[in-house]
Design a protein around this ligand. Sequence first.
Ligand code: DUT
Ligand code: MG
Length: 240
Amino acid sequence: HITKGSVVFDNVSFAYPESEEDVVKDINFQVAPGEKLAVIGSTGAGKTSLFQLIPRLYDPTKGKVSVDGSPLSDYSLDELRGSIGYVPQSPLLFTGSVTDNIAWGKDQATTEEIMQAAKDAQIHDTIMQLDDQYETRVGQKGVNLSGGQKQRISIARALIRKPKILMLDDSTSALDLATESRLLDAIDTYQCTMLIITQKITTAMRADRILLMDEGKLLAIGTHTELLASSALYRKIVES
Ligand code: DUT
Ligand code: MG
C-alpha cells in the first residue's frame, strides 16, 4: 500500500503510442514523502506527459517510476487512483449534482467531508450561491461553470480522498493570488506529497523544490535560490 508518498523517476522516457518522438527524455528525480515539488517549463515542454506517468494514464517507454520504493506495476490501478489525487489540466465534470461530482469514487462520503473538501478547494462559497447549492446539477446537462470553478470542484474531488500524493496540473491558473494562497494553505494541512505544474513563479516558490523542464528534458531541479544560481533559463523565466 501507498503510505508515505515518495516518488522516484529512474531514467524515464516516454513517447505517445501514435508517435515516434520522445516527449519525456531520460528523466531522473526523487520526491520525498510530504515534499512539495513545482514543475515549470514552457508550453509543450512535457509537463503534463510527465505527470500522466504517475497514476499510470500512460506507461513509460523506457525506465521506471516507483512510489514508496515499489514500481508502479506492483500496485493495482484502484490503489494508484485511490492514493494519488490527480487533477488534470482540463478537468471533466459528469452530469450529476455538485455532491456527486465531489464524492465521485468515494461512496461513503458524508456531507461534512464533502463540504470540508469544497471549503479547502475554495469552491464552497461559489457552490452556496448556486440555485440548488450542493444539489445543483452540473456537467453537460447542468449549469455552466467557469474553467476555474470546474478546476476547484476537481480539486475537492481529489482532496476528499485524502491522497498521499496530490498532483495539480495548472489547476490554480484561474485563481486570483489571494484565493490561490488560501487554497495552498489548506492543502498544506493535508500533509501529502504535492506535485504542482504552474506557470507562476510565485506559486513555484511556495514549493520545497522546483523542477524545470524544457523540450522533454529535466533542465534543472532545486530550490529557487539554487536554480537562480545554476540555470540561465530559470533566470530568464524569473525576469520575464
Ligand atoms: N503530445 C502528443 N499527444 C498528446 C499530448 C501531447 O503528442 O496526447 C505532445 C505535444 C507536445 C508534447 O507532447 O509536443 C508535450 O506535451 P505536454 O502536454 O506534456 O506539454 P505541457 O508542458 O504540459 O504543455 P502545456 O503547458 O501547454 O500544458
Ligand atoms: Mg500541460
